[in-house]
Design a binder for this molecule. Structure first.
Ligand SMILES: Cc1ncc(COP(=O)(O)O)c(C=O)c1O
Length: 372
């Protein structure tokens, strides 16, 4: 009986990190510093240096980072933000939570990201910003989106939550617009010991606003110039992330090697199974998501061969009940709906041996051959 290939394998991912985590807790307790103190500042400096940003503002999670940016830019009721109909919920919920309207636009089947021409068609007199997202191991067409934002006088906010360490055309993801974000949720390329996130920006005023907004709108203690949030990062998290950051390049390289291996095996398969395009050389790899017209059959077939997979994301955002008030229906964004029907994430994490990825690829190939 061959061993199961788990989809996430968090136990393996953090197997060698237990001692480090306990040390971080002891260190923080001994220092008597718990929230937004020296380790958070050190992590902010490290991330700012890594991606070449003037400012990095640590916060509680990636969704919070998006919310801080939108709020810090003064985007709110009466404004619209163009955002992809197929994404993780945060790229749209952050917009709605600051009181603005997510203006959904369709995505490209190849990049799985906001399609510039669709974004252009979604513009109205109320549009304040474009908010594209990079998903999986795909990258959004940032040069075209930045041109569009520049031409139309819009802010560009980059949902780069899953792409720390990646580049598009040589520029780090997160650095293309007014501001970008990173998530440090445990599954992410830089995965912490819980929730955590970061804003990166060169805009001094925005960074100042985000710093206040993450801590109840305080500028000095107990003086609230803005209505803010409790969206802070704690010191244990920052200390642990600093240690993980020292190992980050190795982990990112392992993820890239796995994506390259899957790509070299699966890209020839189409049309029954469509692998992500090779993409720009510096892309970040978070998850490996393929498309299959018979997605559910493929998933069941892989499960019978002991291979766990995940469906990300099964429902496009414009058809989520939470966005029902926007009045969309099936057919409004055909590519987003097709991706929701066809996407399947294969196991990918730095601890997955290349030989196991080959076993997964063998099974996907067998499925495609049987259907051909
Ligand atoms: C594309 C994208 N944006 C934003 C987020 C939100 O990050 P967090 O879970 O840290 O709030 C995620 C998390 O999965 C994501 O995948």
């Amino acid at each position: 009986m061959t061993a199961t290939v788990p989809f996430a394998a968090f136990d393996r991912r953090f197997a060698d990190w237990g001692d480090a985590l306990v040390e971080c807790v002891a260190e923080v307790a001994a220092a008597d510093e718990f929230i937004l103190k020296s380790r958070v500042v050190a992590l902010e400096s490290a991330i700012a240096a890594k991606v070449g940003a003037r400012h990095a503002v640590a916060c509680a999670n990636g969704t919070g980072a998006l919310t801080l940016i939108l709020s810090g830019l003064g985007i709110g009721p009466g404004d619209e933000v163009v955002t992809p109909a197929f994404s993780f919920v945060s790229s749209a919920s952050a917009v709605a939570l600051v009181g603005a309207r997510p203006a959904f636009a369709d995505v490209s089947l190849d990049t799985m990201a906001l399609e510039p021409e669709a974004a252009r068609r979604a513009l109205t007199a109320r549009t304040a910003a474009l908010l594209p997202a990079h998903l999986f191991c795909h990258t959004a067409p940032m040069a075209a989106l930045r041109d569009l934002a520049g031409r139309e006088g819009l802010r560009l906010v980059e949902d780069s939550a899953v792409t720390l360490g990646g580049t598009v055309d040589g520029l780090p993801t997160g650095r293309w617009g007014t501001a970008g974000v990173y998530s440090f949720f445990p599954a992410k390329p830089l995965g912490g010991c819980g929730d955590a996130g970061m804003v990166v920006t060169d805009d001094d005023a925005l960074a100042t606003a985000c710093r206040a907004l993450r801590n109840h709108g305080q500028t000095v203690r107990f003086r609230h110039d803005l209505l803010g949030f409790n969206c802070r990062m704690d010191e244990v998290t920052a200390a642990f992330l600093l240690r993980r950051l020292a190992d980050f390049d190795r982990q990112a390289a392992a993820r890239r090697a796995l994506a390259d291996r899957y790509g070299s095996r699966l890209r020839a398969l189409g049309p029954a199974v469509v692998a992500p395009p090779a993409g720009p050389s510096g892309r970040a790899v978070y998850t490996y998501v393929i498309r299959a017209a018979e997605r559910d059959a493929l998933r069941a077939y892989l499960a019978r061969r002991g291979i766990e997979t995940a469906v990300t994301y099964p429902r496009p955002l414009h058809l989520q009940p939470a966005f029902g008030h926007l009045g969309h229906g099936p057919g409004d964004f055909p590519n987003a709906e097709r991706l929701a029907r066809e996407c399947l994430a294969l196991p990918l994490y730095p601890e997955l041996p290349l030989e196991t990825a080959d076993r997964v690829a063998d099974a996907v190939e067998d499925f495609a051959a049987a259907g051909a």
